[in-house]
Design a protein around this ligand. Structure first.
Ligand SMILES: NC(=O)C1=CN([C@@H]2O[C@H](COP(=O)(O)OP(=O)(O)OC[C@H]3O[C@@H](n4cnc5c(N)ncnc54)[C@H](O)[C@@H]3O)[C@@H](O)[C@H]2O)C=CC1
Ligand SMILES: CC(C)CC(=O)C(=O)O
Ligand SMILES: [Mg+2]
Length: 356
């Protein structure tokens, strides 16, 4: 029996998480596996109900589970709360930190049926399969933040970007391990021409590289990397980078695959792993059955493979997604001429039927 904590959160979160659960239940029936679910509040929904975006009870539910599935948090309703009560700063970041989830794996894979839906020319993305590893518990998002009133009026806002040798080492090591399992190529992305934290990053990466002589290591500045990702994405395989660079580059990479609604993720390194789509709560389409559930459904496939070692079950979900896309089912974000437009629920039902 596998215990899974469900954190639907805000916006489209409460639409997509239950759909991914339906897929898990269908997989459970097909393969005779038992999944037990416990739902907990997070984000704006938790703030509204309890006055805090990350209640202790939610952390306890996560800690007593074998894996966590998160929708997304945040939305305009909570944007004006004081920063530490906002869903992003008060719940999402502390959840990742408290659980020790320092590595966020974000695969950007172009589905064969969607190569023509990419922002780029089909030949540039067809067959694209890259893995971006984003450091998840350090960097600017977690450094000291403060405001100062200036004597002449106005304010100064300060963020701090800190990384330690140990923080860089552990995520880099994971990058090399992943590269070893794939095509033995690792690209480290930094801004070492300017940032001190990036100079340390590069030194540490170089030093860890000595343990992996079989992996070809390269470095690239993040600005060039953003450009190269849209110029020639197939030059990349496994990439490792710091928190904010990874956040931005993965949204960019998602568009190469057709939509941000396609990209799953796994956050690893701590006591229990967390799986979530890379997108946010999409308030602009929430509550309308418009959200693409595939990123969340593929996150569940990652959960089965990585946390539970259920390879056949994970592959069955991925094949069901492939077959539904090959048959022309599309949510609005990946719609192409001549294809069948479906909603969140209908897309999920098609995937469940394809599971057989
Ligand atoms: N992990 C999390 O909980 C994250 C939360 N956020 C929060 O989400 C809220 C909205 O942020 P945005 O910057 O608008 O980013 P977003 O990722 O929520 O949405 C960006 C655009 O992509 C579309 N989109 C996102 N997911 C989609 C899906 N599954 N299917 C179809 N279209 C989809 C949205 O409709 C929107 O047009 C903010 O409060 C933000 O802080 C943002 C990113 C991650
Ligand atoms: C609050 C942000 C760091 C969330 C986000 O954009 C992400 O994790 O991708
Ligand atoms: Mg993001």
């Amino acid at each position: 029996m596998y215990k899974i904590a469900l954190l639907p959160g805000d916006g489209i979160g409460p639409e997509i998480v239950p759909q991914a659960v339906r897929v898990l239940q269908a997989v459970g029936e097909k393969f005779n596996r038992e999944f037990q679910f416990q739902t907990a509040l997070i984000g704006g929904a938790a703030y509204d109900a309890t006055g805090h975006p990350l209640p202790e009870e939610t952390l306890a539910v996560c800690r007593s589970s074998d894996a966590i599935l998160l929708g997304a948090v945040g939305g305009p309703k909570w944007d004006n709360l004081e920063p530490e009560l906002r869903p992003e700063r008060g719940a999402l970041l502390p959840l990742r930190k408290k659980l020790g989830l320092y590595a966020n794996l974000r695969p950007a894979v172009v589905n064969p049926a969607l190569a023509e839906a990419s922002t780029l020319k089909e030949e540039l993305v067809s067959g694209l399969d890259i893995l971006i590893i984003r450091e998840l518990t350090g960097g600017l998002y977690f450094g000291e933040k403060r405001r100062e009133d200036l004597p002449g009026g106005g304010q100064k806002a300060v963020e701090t970007l800190e990384y330690t040798t140990a923080e860089v080492e552990r995520v880099t090591r994971l990058g090399f391990e992943m590269a070893r399992k794939r095509n033995k190529k690792l690209m480290s992305v930094d801004k070492a021409n300017v940032l001190e934290s990036s100079r340390l990053w590069r030194e540490v990466v170089e030093s860890v590289a000595k343990e992996y002589p079989d992996v070809e290591l390269s470095h690239m500045y993040v600005d060039n990397c953003a450009m190269q990702l849209v110029r020639n994405p197939k030059q990349f395989d496994v990439m490792v980078t710091e928190n904010m660079f990874g956040d931005i580059l993965t949204d960019l990479a998602s568009q190469l695959t057709g939509s941000i609604g396609m990209l799953p993720s796994a956050s690893l390194g701590g006591e229990v792993a967390l799986y979530e789509p890379i997108h946010g709560s999409a308030p602009d389409i929430a509550g309308q059955n418009l959200a693409n559930p595939i990123a969340t459904i593929l996150s569940v496939a990652m959960m089965l493979r990585v946390s539970f070692n259920l390879e056949a079950e994970a592959a069955a979900i991925e094949q069901a997604v492939d077959s539904v896309l090959a048959r022309g089912y599309r949510t609005g974000d990946i719609l192409q001429p001549g294809k069948t437009r479906v909603g969140t629920v209908e897309m999920t039902e098609a995937i469940i039927s394809a599971l057989g």
